[in-house]
Design a protein around this ligand. Structure first.
Ligand code: COA
Length: 275
């Protein structure tokens, strides 16, 4: 349990105004569930709007320190964009659809808080892209990943040709995108797409354990580490190291840095305040 949450009272804050997602804040952890289980949580325009709104809430929150993202029901994380929308989609609609989806996934990727994709079943197309926009992926042994868009005569449009490729490498991404082949959790683990695989019944508990462990760290330090990794990733080494240097220095502006060092020297656990 996080010793920095002030006492043992449990704080649960549920936002119930959404129809396609649920969002719950529990002791500093935001649990975001894409929730259209009848269609395997496929992403339609309404769901994407709601996802965008809840990400704004998370961005502004001073209490949510880690985000866990999963799919409703026991069969799917997200089985992709809602294919029924594609039937009447024009070229201009397609530009708007991809631009909006990419902006929402960018918002997710650039949250200050660490994010864990808890992949509890199919993560296909937009679902795989969504998982790749989180900081890392934990999967159930029942999870299946893939970018099957070519089966529909289209390609990934929410970052799949880019984030997926950066995670698993160019040749592997090409093979999976060109064939639309689905991979199981063990293969996802082997190619570095999923960090860990758990039995389905243990997946959420294990993700929450990792979330709680991150809650015990300084939030500014985590945010700066995330920024340095993400911003530096596609830069030349010299520029990337400059970003790291700035982020490292920023942590020295915080009370948490003083507390962390003092607590170590006094041989006690730190009490980080996020300041
Ligand atoms: N968009 C819209 N509806 C979807 C969907 C999607 N991406 N994925 C699944 N569904 C719907 C199915 O149409 C079905 O609806 P129905 O009960 O009204 O017929 C329901 O979800 C359950 O799916 P079903 O196909 O019956 O389950 P399954 O276990 O036989 O197969 C999948 C599961 C994931 C393999 C299969 O649903 C599938 O291939 N989905 C599409 C995946 C995809 O191409 N995603 C990328 C889109 S760009």
């Amino acid at each position: 349990m996080d010793e920095n949450q002030g006492g043992d009272s449990m704080s649960i804050n549920q936002t119930s105004s959404y129809r396609n997602i649920t969002f719950e804040e529990k002791d500093g952890i935001g649990i975001l569930t894409l929730n259209r289980p009848k269609v395997l949580n496929a992403i339609n325009q309404d769901l994407m709007q709601e996802l965008s709104s809840v990400l704004d809430v998370i961005t502004k929150s001073t209490t949510i320190r880690v985000v866990v993202l999963t799919g409703g029901g026991d069969k799917a994380f997200v089985a992709g964009a809602d294919i029924s929308q594609f039937e009447t989609m024009t070229v201009n609609d397609a530009i708007q659809f991809a631009t909006f989806g990419q902006s929402v996934f960018n918002k997710l990727e650039s949250l200050n808080q660490p994010t864990i994709a808890v992949v509890n079943g199919f993560a296909l197309g937009g679902g795989c892209e969504l998982a790749c926009a989180c900081d890392f992926i934990y999967a159930s042994d029942t999870a299946r990943f893939g970018q099957p868009e070519v089966n529909l005569g289209i390609i990934p449009g929410f970052g799949g040709t880019q984030r997926f490729t950066r995670l698993i490498g160019k040749a592997m991404a090409k093979e999976l995108i060109f064939t639309g082949r689905m991979i199981d959790a063990q293969e996802a683990l082997r190619i570095g797409l999923a960090n860990k695989v758990f039995p389905a019944s243990e997946l959420m508990n294990e993700a929450m354990k990792t979330a709680k462990l991150m809650l015990t760290k300084g939030p500014v330090a985590l945010a700066q580490a995330k920024k340095a990794i993400d911003e530096g990733y596609n830069k030349e080494m010299a520029d990337a190291l400059e970003i790291e240097c700035e982020a490292f220095a920023k942590t020295f502006e915080t009370q948490d840095q003083k507390e962390g060092v003092k607590a170590f020297l006094q041989k006690r656990p730190p009490k980080f305040l996020g300041k």
